[in-house]
Design a protein around this ligand. Sequence first.
Ligand SMILES: C[S@@+](CC[C@H](N)C(=O)[O-])C[C@H]1O[C@@H](n2cnc3c(N)ncnc32)[C@H](O)[C@@H]1O
Length: 390
Amino acid sequence: MKTIKPTEPIQTRGNLDKVVIENDVLHLAGWVASVDAGPVEGFKIVCAGKELTEFVMALGLDSPDVEEMFPNLDCSEKARFHINVFLNEQQQEQVRNSLIVLTPLFEGRKGCLLLDLLEPSLPLPDSDLRGFIGANVNFTDAAIEFLGYFLQKGGLKPTENVLDIGCGAGRMAYALAYYLAPTARYEGFDIAQPLIEWARQNITARFPNFNFRQVDIYNKLYNPDGTLQATEFAFPYEDETFDFALLTSVFTHLPSEEVRHYLDEIERVLKPGGRCLCTVLLHNEESQKLMEAGKSTANLVYQIDDYFATSPDVPERFIGFQEDLLMKWICDRGFTLQGKYYGDWCRRTEFTSHQDILVFQKDCSFVSRMRMFPKKIYRMFQSRNMNEKA
Ligand SMILES: C[S@@+](CC[C@H](N)C(=O)[O-])C[C@H]1O[C@@H](n2cnc3c(N)ncnc32)[C@H](O)[C@@H]1O
């Protein structure tokens, strides 16, 4: 099996602020700037899976706001762009309710994708449901931001099978639904019944290859009446089913024993060569200093066993791990780390997203899989004992 190594884009920042069809023209406006690769030279535009080639663009427009926010980016004072794509009626029908992907090009190299949904027909969960997962204001923004990471940092292809662990109301599924092919399988599970109910009624109803399931696992914050323990829960999927697993803001609410067990299960259900992208809060020298200076948005000051929490009474509110220790748990299971991207949760100045992001891959070499064999046998006996006890 071939190892998928996503081609890392060059470091850029940007945003697609306007995506609208007016008078047979698709208007795309926003800004983009690179860390050290000069100004943007052009774009590749893909909409509803098809490349659009008939467009005119204006680059290098004034952007005092971008310059103020990101003075260190190359040409941040001239980072705005405007693109007009001419569409006939048939094309307009095709691009409505679809995903738009802009690849900025710098000296022929790709920058980070700029994505948006044009007139999506999927409804949003109400503010109570969004509030429950802490996404009242940024539901679609986060969905689109992470789709970019899945594609460029995780190498996700439209035909691959995806597992969304702790999927909530399907925030990630919201954007994935516009990217994955109808033949790709998406499975999401979560412990909060109302979220899963919403996702089933609204996402599965429109995208039947998207399945959601509730499991009644205890979590003091999200499901205090849950009857199952996360550490004893076998993911309800066959071995080697998925190409890609994701956990957005889930390991940030699980104690370490549960994280280690979930890593075991991820290793089991991923195909050889499969990747996992998860967000975490990494406790390291830099984040510790920022926390001590009172700058961090999450103060992981309570050490409980081998993890850190912001609250001693409800540790599940926010949990972080010593970076080296978490890396060891990941490597112990035979995964190879592919990417580590620090976030601004502790208010560092150079960052990718809000939380820290890790991407790791299940090894596909025969030798390393044989190395994992004794651990697998041990785990099999463990789960058999648990089933016998139950
Ligand atoms: C901050 S929310 C993130 C939800 C979703 N991943 C997203 O990005 O919108 C954390 C989610 O983790 C879920 N969760 C907590 N403990 C879990 C567990 N042991 N297994 C699966 N999901 C869990 C919660 O119910 C909640 O939906």
